[in-house]
Design a binder for this molecule. Structure first.
Ligand code: FES
Length: 125
C-alpha cells in the first residue's frame, strides 16, 4: 500500500483526468491497484475528473465492486444465494458477523478478515 494513497490516486487516474465519462474506468483502476477507493481522495478525484464530488460517491456506493476500506486477509465470502439461503446462510452469516465484529462487505474489527456477501458460488449442493 502506498504511503500517500491520495497522491497515488492522482497518478492512477491521470490517464482519465478531464473525461467525466471515464469516471467508472478511473475508479476501477484505483480499486485494482489500491484494493479500495480511499474516501479522502473523492474530492481530488471529482476535481480531476471534472464531476461533482457527489457523483464520485454515487458511483462508488452504487456498484458493489467498489469498496471504501482496504481489504482484509483472508477474505471470507458468505453466499446469500437461494440454495444457501434455504440451507441456513443467514444463520451462518449472522454468526460470522457476530464473531468478527463487522457486517458483510466490511473488514473485521481487528482488521484481519475481509467479509463479503456474494451470490451463488456454484456450491449449493
Ligand atoms: S446459492 Fe450459494 S453457492 Fe449457490
Amino acid at each position: 500500500m502506498a504511503e500517500d494513497p491520495v497522491a497515488e490516486v492522482k497518478e492512477l487516474i491521470s490517464p482519465y483526468a478531464g473525461n467525466p465519462g471515464d469516471l467508472t474506468r478511473a475508479l476501477h483502476r484505483v480499486q485494482k491497484d489500491l484494493g479500495h477507493i480511499p474516501p479522502d481522495s473523492s474530492e481530488l478525484m471529482a476535481e480531476l475528473m471534472r464531476v461533482p464530488p457527489s457523483r464520485v460517491n454515487e458511483v462508488v456506493t452504487f456498484y458493489h465492486r467498489f469498496r471504501l476500506t482496504p481489504p482484509g486477509r483472508p477474505s471470507i465470502e458468505v453466499c446469500l444465494g437461494t440454495a444457501c439461503h434455504v440451507r441456513g446462510a443467514e444463520r451462518m452469516s449472522g454468526a460470522i458477523r457476530e464473531e468478527a465484529g463487522a457486517g458483510l462487505r466490511y473488514v473485521s474489527s481487528d482488521g484481519l478478515f475481509d467479509i463479503q456477501a456474494v451470490r451463488c458460488l456454484g456450491r449449493g449442493d
